[in-house]
Design a protein around this ligand. Structure first.
Ligand code: F6P
Length: 327
């Protein structure tokens, strides 16, 4: 027997394209099952400060195509404390919210994991992050859009690099994960890709550049923000010393990767997982993230989903592929 009557929904951590589509699916999915829905503003901050709004079918109209999150988002230190979580729980009790859907990445799920074990409130998560660094889903909501944003930007950089015979070092997001760099690097035909999961040898990169085809007009090196080489500027300094004749430029793409209209893939994934989260709660699930693996909906415990990238996504074979194609 399930007593859920009012589901609270929040977005937390870094925003990602498709979060709005996920909110819409949670709201409409809840209404379908005759449940009330409460929007919680600014993630766990709003939970602690009872910043709540009542949501209906209309409040999520015309948002499926919008980037960002209508519920706003934040990273909240207070939720890391016992006192903060106690306030949050009391607010949920006071407002008769009896289940939660949290949309975010590893920080969001770390908080949700502790909270769902500490208090008797079911919590289901949705993977909303451009980093794709969660186990329990082939793709996270926002990743597809982000890598397409990177590809579009780097294609433009390639045009100017080609015109000027330049080497560009492009830094992409991914503090702890190289998946944006890896996929977009292959997508733009990068000459090299540097990611935190693989031992980065700038020496190796130098050797490759020394032995690379001499008639290449442009060269693109994609570096993940979290790579041990220390980011695009550091790599640029080393290469400038080694190759004084190269015309080197740096481009840090930054937060354009987090904004913009979600791709159709992200909208569909968010829509499907949003409804699955509501249905999961009604079936009694808690402490889990709803994801999609091989087209099937899968629920993975938060502690397993956090910071565990599916090993098959980052293997030497992917880096080798990039190397083969850069000849
Ligand atoms: O987790 C998503 C992400 O975009 C990371 O790739 C990046 O390192 C980080 O957020 C940047 O966060 P902020 O917006 O706080 O600078």
């Amino acid at each position: 027997m399930n007593k859920i009557k009012n589901i609270g929904v929040l977005t937390s951590g870094g925003d990602s394209p498709g979060m709005n589509a996920a909110i819409r699916a949670v709201v409409r999915g809840s209404l379908y099952y005759k449940l009330e829905v409460t929007g919680i503003l600014r993630g766990y901050d709003g939970l602690i400060n009872a910043d709540f709004i009542s949501m209906d079918g209309k409040s999520v109209a015309n948002i499926i195509q919008r980037g960002g999150t209508i519920l706003k988002t934040a990273r909240c230190d207070e939720f890391r404390t016992k006192e903060g979580r106690a306030k949050a729980y009391q607010n949920l009790v006071d407002h008769k919210i009896d289940a939660l859907v949290v949309i975010g990445g590893d920080g969001t799920f770390t908080g949700a994991d502790i909270f769902s074990k500490e208090y008797d409130i079911p919590v289901v998560g949705l993977p909303g992050t451009i980093d794709n660094d969660l186990e329990g889903t082939d793709l996270t909501i926002g990743y597809d859009t982000a890598i397409n944003t990177v590809v579009n930007a780097v294609d433009k950089i390639r045009d100017t690099a080609e015109s000027h015979d330049r080497l560009f070092i492009v830094e992409v997001m991914g503090r702890d994960s190289g998946l944006i760099a890896l996929r977009s690097g292959i997508g733009v035909g990068a000459e090299a890709i540097l990611i935190p999961e693989a031992k980065t040898s700038v020496d190796e990169l130098i050797t490759r550049l020394h032995h690379g085809r001499k008639d290449k007009a442009s060269k693109i090196i994609v570096v993940a923000e979290g790579d041990e080489a220390g980011g695009a500027y550091k790599v640029g300094e080393v290469l400038k010393e080694e190759f004084p004749s190269y015309d080197i430029r740096i481009s840090v793409l930054g937060h354009i990767q987090r904004g913009g209209k979600p791709s159709c893939m992200d909208r569909v994934l968010a829509s499907r997982l949003g409804v699955a989260a509501v249905e999961g709660l009604l079936e009694g699930k808690t402490g889990v993230m709803a994801g999609q693996i091989n087209r099937e909906i899968v629920f993975t415990p938060f502690f397993k989903a956090i910071k565990h990238i599916d090993a098959a996504q980052i293997t030497p074979a992917w880096l080798r592929l990039a190397e083969i194609l850069s000849l």
